[in-house]
Design a binder for this molecule. Sequence first.
Ligand code: FES
Ligand SMILES: [Fe+2]
Length: 364
Amino acid sequence: MELPRQGRGSARDATADRRAGDGDGPLYPFPEGWYFVADRRSLAKQNPIQRQWLGEDIVVWRDDGGAVCAARAVCPHLGASLGPAAGGRVRDGRLVCPFHGFAYDVRGACVATPVGPPPPSAKLKVFETREIAGLVFAWWGIDGRPPQWRLPEDSPEEYGWGGKEIRTIRFPGHPQETTENSVDLAHLRYVHGYDAVKPVGETTVEGAYLLTRFDFRRRRRIAGFTDLIYDVSATTHIHGLGYSFVEVVERTIGMRSRLWVLATPVDGRLIDIVLVSQLRALRKPRRPISGLGFLPVKLRTRLMNRILLSSQVRDVRQDVTIWANKRYRPRPSLSRSDGEIGLYRRYCRQFYPCGPGGGTRGED
Ligand code: FES
Ligand SMILES: [Fe+2]
């Protein structure tokens, strides 16, 4: 399989130090799947967003009807960058190249030029997009192949929920390694200090969908006042390695929250973990929350959501210390308490049509 040009160099750089001659090898940096490209709210009317995404330089914009396009940021005419830093702009819902003014619609077709009819071959490389709860994802296929599976059809119910808070953390890592944490229950206690961690029911796999549940308890200081015991059930819906959606029920306060964990490869070495947190309106907490109880519901919900998100960010930072320094073990020495890591590894194979090492190696 041909690696993307940018991915090839950086992936090798990234993993060179992992090949220490003990049989460990690198994972191919870009498993196939749906990956986060933008929060719809961040798509302004005049400027496209530009970013590095799975080794591609992409622009994302929306037209006046709200349709979103994610496309390679290179003009097919003479190769100018379509990003805002180079002067790429959105006019009347079309992306206009700063070099000769070719205009592209959200399907990627060149629909106008200042000098005459557009050349029929002038077409952007467009990535298929899908939106869930205002979050825009695009499909990245090996060798550019079309989507092999879909994200869930329905967005989760938004009625009665507060706004979303988003944080992004960038570090050297791989989405298979970060997503593996969802089934690695042993680390929850050891790294994050959770108590009474226990799996609930079976972890199941259906095509590109993996479902896993666990309960745990956790002591946290809320708003600097009280030590609270959180008594939590977490249900994690994984759709490929770029999309995890966690539904959380906390019983002592009576809170429902949800967290998207969106691992997104940047360049073959770095990844972004985008955390999106949302809390169901906190109307009647089952127990008083010092410092927050007197606030109006909307504000209380927003503050509590921020507190929950910073607690998630703290967890991820604890993991980053491990992830950024670990090697991928294709044949790990698993213990009995490791749970479903074997099942998870088998699930992951489908995202590497040529094998997890990109055709160079297999996995037991
Ligand atoms: S390079 Fe974009 S219009 Fe010429
Ligand atoms: Fe973790």
